[in-house]
Write a new protein. Sequence first.
Length: 371
Amino acid sequence: MEELMPELVQEWRRFTKTGGPPDRLQTREFRSAVATLKTIQKGLQTSPPGLQRNYFSDRKLLADYLLYFWPLHYQQALSILSEIPTTPRTVLDLCSGPSPVAFAALKLGCGNVTAMDQNLEALNLGARICGRMGYPLSIRQINLLSHRLPVHEKYELITLGHTLHELFPGSIQKQITFVRTLLDALTPEGYLVLMEDSTPDRYKAMLELRESLVNDGIPVQAPCVWKGKCPALQGNFPCFAQREYEKPYVMKEFQRAMDIKLNSLKASYLILRSPAAGWPKLPEGDCYRVVSPPFDTPEGKQFYLCGTPGKKKLISRLQAVPKEARAFEYLKRGELIRVEGAVENANSLYLRDETRVSVDAACGKPIPEVF
């Protein structure tokens, strides 16, 4: 990010045709960008109708997006795409805008990446950013609301970031139909990645979409290892990803000015597999995704888990965590873990001296599979 952020500021200057420092904004520029970013923030959380669907046709919105939301969405995509166990050779990034998700795919070593969007100026801007960083990006203009997806080949990876809700607001059936067309465009071992924000309406919509797709036999690569009805839809149970990220100085200043307290990246996402691939084959035994931060209760320190046996709580009432379970003290939301030798009572797992807690997959890493 220390290398990338100055490049984004310089590209912002080239696009807006303004002179000034190459790595920061002047005061009047900063204040103007803050006002624009607040508009984008509201639109991302509420659109439509918070923003028009082709809001990148506003050149100022497009330019100022580079200064904060571009590096934010890039880092989200970098972490989530890292959970794919292969390096795809053919990638299609839909509704790409200025291509932060496509750039993340390129940084991870993916080849032959194509970005599609209705806004050609946004695509050209993204292609220039990728090119200046040494990565080639193919672009193609298309409006997916008025034209069918022109697929002449199968892709090993298709990505759709922060867009599904905008394309089909409030219509789960239209979202499912569209997702199925994307799944049909995958190779037999391909992946479809859907990313949205972590606001309650967005993560709930993602969970409802997951529920319908799993019921129809669509396999999930991540984050779910549970194949049944989603426990997070039963009651008030938030479920989204939480990751560490880098905040260069410019991003910190925007967060301060916009009163954004974002100590970690939060997003809801699904990595779906081609229906021909089936669910991943995990090693024998129960494994769990950590789906909450730690919290203290009268019973002791706890985590919520969602794993192959369903939803559980992992609890420690011990004065000192045993050596083989020491990972318990450092667990992070999103890690895939294995718990052995715990005392099970209803839906709770209690640590004891003989318990072993191990991490099968850290955040942003592929789950272990048996081939």
